[in-house]
Design a protein around this ligand. Structure first.
Ligand code: 6MZ
Length: 356
């Protein structure tokens, strides 16, 4: 593959590049097209597009982003809404060249529709199954999310549910995610349920240090030896006091799920050049590019790859390696990883042919 730096390369290259998406919150991933369908069904809610997505060039605080999720949740209050958005989101990732996707979502109950946490998960799994039956070229798995703002009691219930689905979903449910507004609650409250999840055999991915000054919480959560880290935006700092966190993450080679557009639009990172991708990539530490909330932040995974390629001057070969090495960090079993690696090899020759 050409060694030329990526600047100016056609968006088609990034779209055709086979990709793995490991950090995508279902309700944050709803596209504007799907959102319009939901708005048409629920006009009485009077929720406008600007309340659920951040346009190109615009920014919001992280706090404002969490308010947006509250509006979005009103739009997806019934199992049939969850089924529709799951299918649309999967089709959109497939159209963007994603071959393996780990979707994540917090099971919710809604009195108005009778939706329970269990029927919520069932609706997601049904959406995944229907997409598989359609023959879409994408392997989809599911991670159950714990929303930290809902507290420890809810977390225990979610862990129990996730454990049940781990056993009954035929390999679709693989793990547990800790997410939600990082300013609410403390990681300490979730140690017990997270440990339970680990014991049950669920893989763990934890949002860590998404905002500054959370060293104590991060140290506690890293003690659980998570399988992956979401964001980790403020892990690396020049201050000696927190160097142990970077050392710990490096020693255990815990992969980081990095979402550039999300961090830029939610203003936790000042500029693309200053994104912590640069820090970890230069260290040769495993990183996986992801979208976080492709609907809210109006992005696509191919765009995230292009953004990184252009900002950090990566060659075709380096971009290919980034997408291929992401396979090493999926939660699916070794057999699936080998299959994906083989698939990448085949697709590499196809892409090379196209580039000629
Ligand atoms: C932390 C986030 C997030 O679960 O309803 N979520 N948590 N940091 C972020 N950075 C921007 N983006 C999304 O999808 C929406 C939920 O995902 C989590 C929040 O808990 C949000 O309510 P689901 O499908």
């Amino acid at each position: 593959m050409a060694e030329a730096a990526a600047t100016g390369r056609a968006p088609r290259f990034f779209q055709r590049l086979p990709k793995v998406e490991l950090h995508a919150h279902l309700n944050g991933s709803i596209s504007s097209a799907t959102m319009k369908k939901l708005m048409a069904q629920k006009p009485h809610l009077r929720i406008g597009e600007e309340m659920v997505a951040i346009d190109k060039g615009a920014k919001r605080t992280l706090e404002e982003c969490f308010q947006m999720f509250q509006f979005i949740h009103q739009m997806t209050s019934r199992p049939e809404d969850i089924l529709m958005v799951t299918k649309d989101v999967i089709r959109e990732f497939a159209a963007d060249g994603v071959k393996y996707l780990e979707l994540r979502s917090t099971p919710r109950e809604e009195k108005s529709s009778g939706m329970t946490k269990r029927t919520y998960v069932e609706a997601v799994l049904e959406g995944i199954k229907q997409c598989q039956e359609e023959g879409l070229d994408i392997d989809v798995r599911f991670l159950v999310s714990v929303d930290r703002s809902k507290g420890a009691v809810a977390a225990k219930e979610i862990v129990k549910l996730a454990g049940d689905f781990l056993l009954s979903s035929d390999g679709v449910v693989l793990g547990l995610d800790l997410s939600g507004n990082p300013k609410v609650g403390h990681g300490q409250d979730f140690l017990e349920p997270l440990l339970e999840a680990k014991k049950a055999g669920l893989k763990l991915t934890l949002h860590l240090s998404e905002i500054p000054n959370q060293e104590d919480e991060t140290r506690l959560l890293l003690g659980l030896c998570p399988d992956r880290i979401g964001h980790g935006t403020f892990l690396q700092t020049s201050e000696l006091a927190t160097q142990d966190l970077v050392d710990l993450v490096r020693r255990n080679r815990i992969p980081l799920e990095l979402c550039l557009t999300s961090n830029l639009k939610a203003e936790t990172v000042p500029s693309k050049a200053q994104h912590h991708f640069g820090f970890w990539y230069r260290l040769g530490h495993p990183v996986v590019l992801c979208t976080d909330d492709k609907g809210v932040f109006a992005t696509e995974l191919s765009r995230e790859y292009q953004l990184v390629a252009e900002t950090f001057q990566l060659s075709d070969e380096q971009i290919w390696a980034l997408s291929s090495e992401a396979i090493d960090h999926v939660f699916a079993c070794g057999h699936t990883k080998s299959k994906l690696k083989e698939r990448w090899q085949t697709l590499k020759s196809v892409l090379l042919e196209e580039l000629r």
